[in-house]
Design a protein around this ligand. Structure first.
Ligand code: TA6
Length: 299
């Protein structure tokens, strides 16, 4: 595990950004500026929390989240890469790929007006990941009154690289039964709860049981309407035609073991993805950036 003191000497920004061992035992970058606060774990470049000033946390972290080397914490924004979901052909490989379970390194940090920017990178070949794809992965966060994330894959191999990926964002909601998702009406989705049947969304997405869906052909913004916390959370994606909506509900939530008692009621995943029919192929030497911008407004 990297020493926070070394990171501070190279990348801290007085009054905005420093590095420490966080409350969960992970080395984190801690951001606190005039616009927002956030924490990003070096393992997996996993954003753990983001709260614009004056707002309850928008990105949710389970109260039962426990840091363990090699396993992402429950909540925040795990990075699913270089595959989303189970490995296409080898079920022994970790779900959602290996990037979220590995130590990343800090590339640079800086200020953008009152916002704070930090870029981390992961080189699976340098990290000696078995059968690693020959690609460099970089994730830039811009932490302000909006949260911007840009995940860039650069293919260093001699053949096209096909990946699926997601910014697997857990959002804090007041109560899942008082929450709707707008912006997916009429879109086709793969329903992983109903045996991967393909269906079409009618109206807003309401959650009254386990929901695990990959929506397709949905490049537009998606909005979480939270009546309990009286706010709208807008998720605008770039270079993504697929969006994952997931809530485990009570029974699966209890089985996960790290969601906390009725934690399912206070979270909802709306994930900016390249998944299902939206896998991407990156030419040798080319780069591909999956990006999301999250903002909050009163209801
Ligand atoms: O994005 C939804 C999903 O694929 C669900 O099927 C569920 O497995 C969730 O991800 C969490 O996965 P994890 O491996 O983090 O427990």
């Amino acid at each position: 595990m990297c020493d926070p003191a070394k990171l501070n000497s190279k990348f801290s920004i007085p009054g905005q950004l420093d590095f420490a061992v966080g409350s969960h035992g992970a080395v984190v970058a801690r951001v606190s500026n005039a616009l927002a606060t956030a924490e990003i774990a070096k393992q997996g470049a996993q954003l753990l929390t983001w709260a614009p000033k004056g707002q309850p946390a928008v990105v949710w972290l389970s109260q039962q989240a426990l840091f363990k080397e090699g396993k992402s914490l429950r909540g925040g924004v795990p990075v699913c890469w270089p595959w989303f979901g189970p490995h296409p052909s080898d079920s022994a490989l970790p779900g959602h790929g290996y990037a979220r379970n590995r130590e990343w390194r800090v590339k640079e940090s800086g200020s953008e007006g009152d916002a704070t920017r930090i870029t981390l990178f992961f080189d699976p070949v340098e990290a000696a990941v078995p059968n690693a794809v020959d690609a460099l992965l970089e994730l830039t966060f811009t932490i302000g009154d909006r949260l911007r994330m840009a995940l860039t894959s650069t293919n260093r191999g001699g053949e096209p690289l096909t990946i699926s990926q997601a910014l697997h964002t857990y959002f804090r909601v007041g109560d899942i039964t008082d929450t709707r998702v707008e912006g997916l009406e009429g879109k086709r989705y793969l329903d992983k709860v109903a045996d991967r049947v393909v269906a079409r969304q009618e109206g807003d997405v309401a959650i009254d049981g386990e929901v695990d869906r990959i929506y397709i052909d949905c490049p537009g913004p998606v909005t979480i309407v939270d009546r309990r916390l009286q706010r709208r959370i807008r998720v605008a994606s770039r270079n993504s035609r697929s969006c994952v909506v997931w809530n485990p509900w009570a029974e699966k939530g209890a089985r996960l073991g790290d969601l906390g008692h009725d934690g399912y009621r206070r979270m909802l995943c709306v994930e900016t993805a390249n998944a299902w029919e939206d896998r991407v192929s990156i030419a040798p030497g080319a780069s591909y950036t999956l990006a999301a911008e999250i903002s909050v407004a009163p209801l």
